[in-house]
Ligand binder design. Structure first.
Ligand SMILES: Cc1cc2nc3c(=O)[nH]c(=O)nc-3n(C[C@H](O)[C@H](O)[C@H](O)COP(=O)(O)OP(=O)(O)OC[C@H]3O[C@@H](n4cnc5c(N)ncnc54)[C@H](O)[C@@H]3O)c2cc1C
Length: 381
């Protein structure tokens, strides 16, 4: 299923709107400020809401644009090309919002989704714990029903949008020994619950403009109706249903960054001179960039295939894992080659390629590591 001509027009118009927003709000000075502050400001989130960048695929009846996933892909590509991927809109729009759209009750959707569209509410998802990342079944955060509330105790770490997130999908277990069937998902409205605390903003190798934080739950009382889907123990199934899309979202951002790295490098090697000619004149430069361009094209074609499947609701977990694994590994390799072509300037943070090098490293880790992707792929063989 590929987009028809009208669709393409709409996609282009949307890209123009996103680029106009990013030209104003994601200037080099602004993105440097995000990194210095450790976060994109709440005001910038609200501006993005006003510009129509948030809740792109949230249905119209809840204030969103009701667009399909291809529009989210356009958004990621634009963020990538403008070096603005530290603004975690893809996580908000295309990773967390779908949990609410799919599993929240009608009343909850009416209450929660409009704020996610305006940017008054920032979304996050909290699965990982200090002792349980790849092996989510080992999580120790527990919930226990008490009248019309659940009482949740535990801790999460590495949570993106952890500082500004005000509606957080939290995974917890009925008891710590319960396996996958014991996992439930809760929506935590952070300004309404007691026993919720944010830890420090984590000091990261890259992606410094994303507010990655720890979360602590100490007898946190969540209304029973905030149990997502209304059934205890259904959380693992929901995660399994949503993780393929999350993996495509990560692959989509990786490809956006690859495009930006290739553009910047091509520009640089055609300008920079050595031994009487442009760097681009060396056969090594041409061969390296030809290899990178080929990998980038393969990534794009495969990702387009996955997105078509996602839109047609036929994307399986193994194929999504292949995309996440292969494209993020290609991202690391391509950006490394690109940086080399910048020489010493590539190591200077004044050059976007240096920040891309740092930012790219996390892509092979979060949303499931490359090793976990291979396990999932192997399971399908
Ligand atoms: C910047 C950043 C943002 C993040 N944002 C979020 C977020 O918003 N929400 C959230 O819930 N989490 C988030 N995470 C957490 C992320 O998803 C986990 O870090 C990731 O899943 C890996 O878990 P871990 O760190 O516990 O590593 P571990 O699971 O301890 O893995 C360590 C190493 O062992 C390998 N390994 C583990 N199991 C196997 C196996 N069976 N076979 C072979 N190798 C294996 C892994 O591949 C890895 O190389 C984020 C992480 C980062 C770095």
């Amino acid at each position: 299923m590929s987009p028809g001509p009208l669709r393409n027009d709409e996609l282009r118009m949307f890209a123009d709107a996103v680029n106009a927003f990013l030209d104003d709000h994601a200037t080099p000075e602004a993105t440097a400020r995000w990194r210095a502050d450790g976060a994109v400001s709440e005001e910038t989130w609200r501006c993005a809401g006003r510009a129509g960048l948030l809740g792109v695929s949230i249905p119209e009846e809840y204030g969103g644009a009701g667009a399909d996933f291809r529009f989210e892909m356009v958004l990621m590509e634009c963020l990538g090309r403008k070096h603005a991927l530290n603004f975690a809109i893809p996580l908000h729009n295309a990773v967390v919002a779908p949990y609410l759209v799919r599993y929240a009750s009608e009343e909850q959707k009416r209450r929660w989704l409009p704020g996610a569209v305006t940017g008054e509410t920032i979304l996050a998802v909290a699965m990982t714990e200090p002792g349980a990342g790849s092996d989510l079944q080992g999580m120790q955060t527990v919930e226990r029903r008490q009248g019309d509330h659940y009482v949740i105790n535990g801790q999460k770490t590495f949570i993106s949008n952890g500082l500004h997130g005000s509606l957080i999908v939290v995974a917890a277990k009925t008891d710590a020994q319960a396996g996958a069937k014991g996992i439930s998902l809760f929506v935590v409205e952070t300004d309404k619950v007691e026993g919720f605390a944010r830890g420090r903003l984590l000091d990261k190798l890259g992606q410094e403009g994303r507010d990655t934080a720890e979360l602590f739950f100490s007898d946190m009382r969540v209304p029973a109706e905030n149990l997502l889907g209304g059934v205890e123990g259904a959380g693992f199934g929901m995660l399994m249903e949503n993780l393929p899309q999350e993996r495509i979202v990560i692959a989509g951002q990786a490809l956006g960054m690859i495009d930006a790295a290739m553009d910047a490098t091509l520009h640089y090697v055609k300008e920079r001179r050595a031994f009487g000619g442009a760097l681009f004149d060396f056969q090594n430069t041409k061969f390296k960039l030809a290899e990178c361009a080929t990998q980038a094209r393969i990534a794009k074609v495969f990702l387009d295939h996955c997105v078509d499947q996602l839109v047609a609701v036929t994307l399986d977990a193994a194929t999504a894992s292949m995309a996440k694994y292969w494209i993020t590994e290609a991202q690391g390799a391509i950006i490394d080659e690109c940086l080399q072509l910048f020489g010493g300037y590539g190591y200077m943070l004044d050059y976007p390629i240096a920040n891309m090098y740092k930012d790219a490293r996390a892509y092979r880790i979060y949303g499931g590591t490359s090793e976990i992707m291979k396990l999932l792929i192997a399971r399908s063989l």
